[in-house]
Every structure is written in C-alpha cells, then in structure tokens.
Design a protein around this ligand. Sequence first.
Ligand code: ADP
Ligand code: MG
Length: 468
Amino acid sequence: MTFEALGLHASVLKALTESGYTTPTSVQAQAVPAAIAGRDLLVSSQTGSGKTAAFMLPALHKFALEGDLPQTEAGRTANQEAQSARSRGERPRFKAAQPKMLVLTPTRELALQVTTATDKYGSFMRRVKAVSILGGMPYPKQMQLLAKNPEILVATPGRLIDHMESGKIDFSQLEILVLDEADRMLDMGFIDDIEKIVAATPATRQTMLFSATLDGVVGNMAKRITKDPLVIQIAGSTNKHENIQQRVHFVDDLSHKNRLLDHILRDETMDQAVVFTATKRDADTIADRLNIAGFAAAALHGDMHQGARNRTLDGMRRGQVRVLVATDVAARGIDVPAITHVVNYDLPKFPEDYVHRIGRTGRAGRNGLAISLVNHAEGMNVKRIERFTKQLIPVDVIEGFEPKRTASAARPSHKPGGWKPGDNRGAPSKPGQRTFSKPGAAPRKEGSSFSKGPRTGDTGARRSFSDR
Ligand code: ADP
Ligand code: MG
C-alpha cells in the first residue's frame, strides 16, 4: 500500500515524501480514501498510529483540488480588502474569519501539534493556512491570527466559544469538522461547548471523530453529530501497545522510589523520558530534584504559562530536555519520537490515563518501556489498570533495589541495561507469568492508599482531578 494508491493530491504526496513517510499506517489506509469520498468517520485506534494525518491528509487534498480551480471565491480576499482599505487610510472593517476546517482538541499542546503537522503536510501547497486558537494566548495575538482568515482552525473548545460568541468566527463556510481525542474532551467537561460549536456549523459539513473508545457517552455524541459514518476500529489495538514493554516495580517508601527513579533514568538505553506525577506541585519538585542530580529535567503542567510550556516542549523536541516531569492533562498527546521511557512516579487516577501515559513512548512503531513505581498498598490500582487494558503488567525487581516487602513475591528478572529500545525480544509477559497477585502477597492490611490523608503517602490518588 502506498500513499499514491490512496489517491492523494501531488502536493500532499510531495510533503509526505519529504517527511520520510513511505507507507500509510492502517488507520490512514482505511480513513483517507473514505474521507476523500466525503464520508463521515468514527475512528478508534491506538495512540501513535498516525491519526493526525488520517484526517489532515484528505482535508489538504480537498483544499489542494480547490486551489487548482480558478480563484473565484470572494471569501479569501477579505484580507486584501482590509489591506487596501488601510492603504486608503480607512480603518479596515473587521471581518469574521470563515474557516473551511475546524479541528477541536482537548489541550493546547495537542492543538499546537496538529497545527505543526498541518504545516508539514501542507508545505507544498500554494496557500493553506492553519492557526491554533488556544486558552492562554494573548487576545491581540489571536485577533491577528483570525484576521488572516485561515482555512484551518485548530482549537480547544473553551477559547473557541469565546470568539464565536463575540462574532469573530463565522462557521457558515465550514466544510470539515474534526474532533480529535473526543473521549478526552468529554472527560474534561467540554460536552456543552462541543454541542454549541457543532450547532454553529452547517449541517452539510463532513465530520470525523477520533477517540480511544466509541462506547458510552462518546458513542452517543458521535451518533448525533455524524451522518452514516464509516466506523474504523483498528482491531484490539486500543489498549494493547504491543511495542511497549510494561513493568511494575514495588517500592517501600519515597526514598526507595526516588532512588529507583534515578536508577531508571541513568539507564544507558534511555534517550528521553516522561515522568508522570499526580500533582503539579510534585512535577515541579521532582524536576528540581532531578536537575540537582544532574539530569536535564523540566516540568510541564497546567499552571505554567503557555510560553513556558512551549519552550519546554521545544526543548524536549530538540533533545535539550531529557526528562519531562508532567501531569496527565499537560502531557496529553505529546508526540516526541525519542521518548524511550515513561515512568509513572505516581499511578494515574484513572486507568484510561495509564493508556495515554504509556502511549507517549513507542511512537510510530518504535519500542518503548513503561515503568510504574507502585506502593505496596496500591496493588488494587494496578489490578484496575490491568482489567482496563486486559493485559497483565509484569512485576520486576532490579538488583540492589529490591523492595523489602514483596521480595519473595517478585522475581528478579531484570538486569540493568538488559533491555534496549529496538529490542523486543524480552516481550511483555504472558498471563500466568505474573507473581505479584499471589494470594497473601498483596499487602492490603494497611488499607487502601485512597483513604490516607493528604501528603502522608506517595500515592497517585491523593488529589482531585482539578489539581492535575
Ligand atoms: P496519533 O494521533 O494516532 O496518536 P500521530 O498522528 O500523533 O498519532 O502520529 C504519531 C507519529 O507517527 C508522528 O510522529 C507522525 O509524524 C508519525 N507518522 C504518522 N503517519 C506516519 C506514516 N505513515 N509513516 C511514518 N510516520 C508516520
Ligand atoms: Mg492524535
């Protein structure tokens, strides 16, 4: 299967060659022809499977075809009008932006990534402009972007609503609506905003929805906003992450956990890592501590200004930051191919977040390692994750870092440096290999960490969702 065979416009194909893409991923192979044919899509496939291109390539193809036609459209000349008004010394009338495509994403980082990918895939097209409209961006800057009347708008729902309601954006010309990571947007409470935005778009639009799951609330919304959609579910891939090795390490206390973290990050196979914490405060504290210990670490969380977040992510992409210490929401959708390790310093509060977290490694078919540092009292939380992913996570012990409590239950199988990215032979464990859930091994006696008071333990569940 080639991109040519999918029927994409020559300018899009050129950009793909330039980007080093040779073969479509399976989600792209299924989504692109259907989207070109104008169908609505409901897609679930695992993170890193190339969903951005799955919706952006057919859209760019469409705009490229329109660009091949003689330019008759008045809408695109708004900017020139404004310019000539200015040259006549008149104050230009503000004209609402009339995008042809809208991509909604749950977070700013994700929106910026989609915009960057769009610039890449559209780099050989004569005129196609994509801009992101995000919370935290200065208002004049946003007005400046909207004044360019971009074809493609990438936005988080909240900020978009503000502009819609103040008449800065007119969706009457909208042709394509994309909801990226729709399940996350609903989890984050954006449902009313999304409904409002959808209601402002023409019924004739093409709608493409991407989500980890198409059940439940997402499925209901999907049914309401799409017409005769083609449903693409990449078989069993949602939670499998077969190219990502997963491990649990039991820890006795915070100092044990910190020593283990340092050890993991010193692994010679580590290229870049993301360390997940339960709270923003912990992200800062741990990033500071790691920096003092000589790691090039940086924190990423929702309390940081957008500029600082962008600088951190740029540093990550350029390899200047090797360890990113992040909270769930901030790290959603981060796509840095050199991330070899994901460390759950705290377990996530929701099993779904576990899947999103480990998906930060093993991008574009590479191999990755996902390590969870788990308190003895958190065995139940590991089980919940295993039930959700339908996979058992092997318990591992590193020589010199054996936990006192479960030393007998875990098998010391891991030799430091034994695994390399690109080495998939030490494959994820099979059911039955596991040892940690042996009767009597789970130290439930001291009670679930959920019931402990704040900051006494180091569990992943002591704060509310809004604190993340
Ligand atoms: P998803 O949204 O499914 O998590 P992304 O769209 O972020 O995945 O893509 C993941 C990574 O794979 C990105 O780095 C992207 O550039 C790369 N990628 C996407 N499609 C291809 C392809 N056909 N060939 C090679 N790399 C690809
Ligand atoms: Mg994506």
